[in-house]
Design a binder for this molecule. Structure first.
Ligand SMILES: Nc1ncnc2c1ncn2[C@@H]1O[C@H](COP(=O)(O)OP(=O)(O)OP(=O)(O)O)[C@@H](O)[C@H]1O
Ligand SMILES: [Mg+2]
Length: 263
């Protein structure tokens, strides 16, 4: 599913003060593309994801899907940094949640949930509760739940940020493997440049707040991606490119916050 974000503005009004979160953000996401989104903290990445998901209205501009501005929008699913699982539901009932909400018959949704539980490597944990699982396992459940919902678009907001470095690497590889199977359109927010390069077909770099898309970098690495690629000159070249682009924005963001302090 193709996504077009054109000239999207977002202003929040907080206790009489206006916060300009996005200013003319424009972005094209191709069908079945894995697009990674990098930008300094507070530049509006999560806000942009929520506008695409239809969870927040834009103040200006528009978002369309497949060139159309649909009233109901496509089926999107969010995966958050904190896994946002229901603590009182077992793993299989967490994974089946979306299908249950859509009224899928019990037998069908439980079979579907089982399929995705197997796919993310959690066989044997169907009856467990979230608190009995490690962080990495909980994030697998969140991913299985998102996929089980069969979304047209998968929006991921720093989904691996809460994990330790090793688990995170394992999950990156898992995510690549799973995405390869389902080829959903993905918009994936991360603070890790390496992750953005390793996972993405293209990397969109956002400016400091108010956020707009300042540059889109095509990732020229072949697929399937492997961890061996992390040490190749091509990988370093791409990571350097992204870092140089984002560094300017960190300077702006940091300068702005210092100004704020001196007022
Ligand atoms: N619901 C809200 N009400 C008021 N202001 C908000 C709201 N959500 C976000 N903002 C403001 O909009 C700006 C962008 O926030 P957003 O969460 O989108 O940034 P981000 O790029 O996701 O940051 P991070 O990398 O730290 O997650 C910030 O200044 C934030 O304070
Ligand atoms: Mg955020």
């Amino acid at each position: 599913m193709r996504i077009s974000v054109s000239n999207v503005d977002k202003r929040f009004s907080v206790r009489g003060r206006e916060v300009n979160a996005l200013n003319k953000a424009s972005l094209e996401v191709r069908d079945a593309e894995f697009l990674t989104l990098l930008g300094p903290s507070g530049c509006g990445k999560s806000t942009l994801l929520q506008i695409i998901a239809g969870l927040e209205p834009a103040t200006g501009g528009k978002v369309s899907f497949e060139g159309r501005r649909t009233a109901s929008g496509p089926v999107t699913t969010m995966v958050w940094q904190r896994y946002a699982l229901f603590p009182w539901r077992t793993i299989k009932h967490n994974v089946a949640f979306g299908c249950e909400m859509r009224g899928m018959p019990r037998g069908e949704r439980m079979a579907r949930a089982q399929h995705f539980i197997e796919n993310v490597g959690l066989i044997g944990f169907e009856e467990a509760f979230p608190h009995e699982l490690s962080g990495g396992m909980q994030q697998r459940v969140a991913l299985a739940r998102a996929l089980c919902n069969d979304p047209e678009i998968l929006l991921m907001d720093e989904p691996l940020a809460a994990l330790d470095a090793q688990t995170r690497t394992v999950m990156q590889v898992e995510l690549l493997r799973i995405w390869d199977q389902y080829k959903k359109t993905v918009v994936y927010v991360t603070h890790s440049i390496d992750e953005a390069v390793l996972l993405g077909d293209r990397i969109a770099i956002m400016s400091a707040r108010p956020g707009r898309i300042k540059e889109v970098i095509p990732v020229t690495l072949p697929r399937p991606r492997t961890l061996d690629m992390l040490t190749t000159p091509e990988f370093h070249k791409l990571a350097d490119h992204a870092w140089n682009s984002i560094k300017e924005e960190f300077d702006v963001a940091y300068g702005a916050s210092k100004e704020g302090q001196s007022q």
